[in-house]
Design a protein around this ligand. Sequence first.
Ligand SMILES: [Zn+2]
Length: 73
Amino acid sequence: MDSQPEPKDSQPDQPKDSQPEPKDSQLEAVIYICGDCRKEVPVKPGDAVQCRECGHRILYKKRTGRIIQYEAR
Ligand SMILES: [Zn+2]
């Protein structure tokens, strides 16, 4: 009697990490204003507070609810 050995090494049925765990996706980014170039810089908690445009490290927190508008005519 010959029993056919099944080749188990041909197809590994263990899938690799196809779904990376979503991390930091639910953290809201806070909008800062660069102190140098005045660009808006979204900074997530844990991120380095640094302007991505000019590399300035002094950012001002953007005030929400109080918007200063100049009348343009
Ligand atoms: Zn900047």
